[in-house]
Design a protein around this ligand. Structure first.
Ligand code: MN
Length: 282
């Protein structure tokens, strides 16, 4: 199986030093993929990442969200256009490092909303995502839209809602990206949510209910493994966890990380990798 570790487990400095630290740690902890946060594409050292990934032979995925002023879910066409340009820049960066999956929240901002998008805002996201998906397909990169909880998006919060939204987009290169942390908040039934995606599931984040080390919380990963095996999903499966000390204060504030679940990146990555091996047999 294709088992990855999220880059923010290690650092949020994507210069050559940070990239070396994150990729070396990921390999040493037993993973064959790293997910690279491309949130600040201008400061990301693509050449260093390309070289380090080639040297180690591990796979890469990446993603970025919309921000104020560059957001495809805006009602303002100029802001939508800048959002599409931001997505194309992130996709190009991922292609330059040799990445295979463009995932996360390309469809909007990660924040607490006070309402659902208007029909116009929702409609505005569709054409840019189709064009990004076309370009990704040309580059051999598969896309996934991450289903996140109600405090981080109001476009969709469940697998069923995401599948409806994907039907509106109507592009075969975009699938569902599920995350067990978010599913635990929103879904009625973990197995049913996974099975309902079937072949349209393109990417999975393994996160504990408290976003800490896998196996140290409440998520039933044996149930997740069984449901994924029912639909023949063979990855990527990516461990995701956040602390203020490994990422940074801005990320921590974004994600409401008010206490660090661990203080040693390597120990957290290794323990989580061992839990994946135990539960998934991979
Ligand atoms: Mn996630």
């Amino acid at each position: 199986m294709d088992i990855g570790c999220h880059g923010l487990v290690w650092t949020n400095s994507w210069d050559a030093h940070g990239i070396t630290h994150a990729i070396d740690g990921t390999v040493r902890a037993g993973y064959s993929r790293i997910e690279l946060p491309l949130l600040d594409p201008d400061s990301f050292d693509a050449e260093a990442a390309r070289q380090k990934l080639a040297d180690t032979g591990i796979a890469a995925s990446g993603g970025l969200t919309m921000i104020d002023g560059a957001d495809i879910s805006s009602a303002d066409p100029e802001v939508v256009a800048r959002g599409e340009a931001r997505l194309m820049q992130g996709l190009d960066l991922l292609h330059r490092v040799g990445g295979t999956h463009f995932v996360g929240m390309p469809y909007g901002q990660l924040k607490r909303f006070s309402s659902v998008p208007t029909p116009r805002e929702r409609e505005n996201t569709l054409a840019p995502l189709r064009r990004v998906a076309d370009r990704a397909q040309d580059l051999g990169i598969r896309m996934g839209l991450e289903v996140v909880n109600r405090y981080e998006s109001s476009l969709f919060n469940t697998a069923a809602e995401c599948l409806d939204y994907l039907d509106e987009i109507g592009h075969s290169n975009i699938g569902v990206h599920l995350d067990t942390y978010h599913m635990n908040i929103e879904e009625d039934d973990l197995t049913a949510a996974i099975v309902s995606c079937g072949r349209r599931l393109s990417y999975v984040h393994l996160g504990e209910n408290n976003r800490g080390v896998l196996g140290a919380g409440l998520i039933d990963f044996a149930e997740i493994a069984s449901a994924l095996s029912q639909i023949g999903f063979d990855g990527p499966l990516v461990f995701e966890s956040f602390t203020a000390s490994a990422a940074n204060d801005e990320i921590a504030e974004f994600l409401a990380v008010w206490r660090d679940p661990w203080n040693d990146s390597f120990q957290a990555a290794k323990a989580s990798r061992e839990e994946i091996a135990r539960v998934f047999g991979a």
